[in-house]
Design a protein around this ligand. Structure first.
Ligand code: S3P
Length: 437
């Protein structure tokens, strides 16, 4: 077993209990925004330049795909520039490797559906198990030809149609990736397309499309976009990833003596509901210096911990917090009244089956937990002991249990901790710096 948390090659990391979380923090750029800016920059005219681009392997997969499609990409640390080609990309000449990234595969498919060539999208073992019918159905309706290896599982072969037919599509699952896929394809359609969602999901694609110069109309849960619009390049910084911040926000909230300041944090209201939830649970949070860039809000967040009281998370709130649910479940045993999470069935088809992964790992730390089809029921005020955690190769499981470990008795080992590199390679170093021991 290799134990070394100084580098991303580490396979297992040991986490000791802590007394609190203290310090200041600035996070690498939001993963959802980084993906979208990279893809739209590719089909825009001119060179786009971004500061604080996500450092995660997922966004590196998107950049590699964009490069394989003919765009010149330059990267120096978190500075990225992309020379856009306009709407017509170049045939890649090899399979486009999306790695572990569902966002890359699902959203890029929308752009590939409008190209004049055939492309193949491949991914790692985890991505090759994830359902793609949700994007295949609307793209086929728009005229693209798509074949999957096994029913709807990747690899995907996409033969584009030029132009695509416009579509009026109601997404059967609440998924920002599906909405984004259809909106990106709609740029290549002959008329106006509309996407309607059962529950409003993150709106980064709508904001990014506007920032790159597209006109779109929103009314309640419907978004309409006329095809044939040209995009122009943009420049700007990407605010810190709130889904990465979530680990430290939850950790700080857990300890009465914590005091953490996170600067330049993305505060888009469709993503920032964790702040309201933690406040309602008893944390003290204040938000300062709110700014807006390209339609995205950001600001500084200060959090002090307290005695937390749990609650039920279900319906639209569960959808809005979908990436934060593993860490909320991991801290649930420590809060008064525990936490019940429902309506989160989508967690079963993420990078791992996150419902089972969380339940099994909580039990390894001695917690009582009831696994439900669509979530968990986790009693509060439990004493946990350190345990042997299996990340299941899933970044959010690795990081969630590093936070639970801070409150456990004795050391915890996170096996497969290197999965954190998918969204937040710096995670274990930052945790080391902020944890008070
Ligand atoms: C994302 C949407 C969500 C989320 C994923 C990122 C996005 O997935 O879980 O991490 O950037 O649009 P779904 O669209 O599958 O819900």
């Amino acid at each position: 077993m290799k134990i070394n948390h100084a580098g991303i090659a580490a396979e297992a990391v040991r986490i000791a209990p802590a007394r609190g979380i203290a310090g200041t923090l600035r996070l690498p750029g939001d993963k959802s925004i980084s993906h979208r800016y990279a893809m739209l920059a590719a089909i825009a005219e001119g060179a786009s330049r971004f500061e604080n681009f996500s450092t995660g392997a997922d966004c590196a997969s998107t950049l590699a795909c964009v490069e394989a499609l003919g765009c010149a990409v330059q990267r120096e640390g978190t500075r990225v520039s992309i020379q856009g080609l306009g709407p017509e990309l170049r045939p890649p000449g090899r399979a486009l490797d999306c790695g572990n990234s569902g966002s890359t595969m699902r959203m890029l498919a929308g752009i590939l559906a409008g190209q004049h060539f055939e492309s193949e999208l491949i991914g790692d073992d985890s991505l090759s198990r994830r359902p793609m019918a949700r994007i295949m159905a609307p793209l086929r309706q728009m005229g693209a030809t798509i074949a999957a290896a096994d029913r709807d599982r990747p690899p995907l072969r996409i033969r584009g149609a030029t132009p695509l037919a416009s579509i009026d599509y109601v997404t059967p699952v609440a998924s920002a990736q599906v909405k984004s896929c259809v909106l990106f394809a709609a740029l290549f359609a002959s008329g106006t397309s509309t996407v309607e969602e059962p529950i409003r999901t993150r709106d980064h694609s709508e904001l990014a499309l506007r920032a790159f110069g597209a006109e779109l109309h929103r009314s309640k849960a419907r978004v309409s976009l006329a095809g044939g619009q040209r995009l122009h390049a943009i420049e700007g910084g990407i605010p810190g990833d709130i889904s990465s911040a979530a680990y430290f926000l939850c950790a700080a909230a857990l300890f009465a003596d914590s005091m953490l300041v996170i600067d330049d944090l993305m505060l888009n209201p469709t993503r920032a509901q964790l702040l309201d939830l933690l406040t309602a649970m008893g944390a003290r949070i204040s938000v300062l210096r709110v700014e807006e860039h390209h339609g995205e809000l950001s600001g500084s967040v200060q959090i002090e911990g307290g005695s937390l009281r749990g609650r039920q998370i279900s319906g639209p709130l569960a959808a809005a917090l979908i990436d934060e649910l593993p860490v909320l479940a991991a801290i649930a045993p420590f809060v008064r009244d525990g936490i019940e999470i429902r309506d989160a069935r989508e967690l079963r088809v993420k990078e791992s089956d996150r419902i089972t992964a969380v339940a099994e790992n909580l039990r390894r730390m001695g917690a009582a937990v009831e696994e439900l089809e669509d979530g968990w029921r986790i009693p509060g005020e439990q004493q946990l002991h350190g345990g042997e955690i299996d990340s299941c190769g899933d970044h959010r499981i690795a990081m969630a249990f590093a936070i639970a470990a801070l409150k456990a008795r004795g050391e915890t080992t996170i096996h497969g901790a290197d999965a954190a590199r998918i969204s937040f390679p710096e995670f274990f170093d930052v945790l080391d710096r902020l944890a008070q021991r």
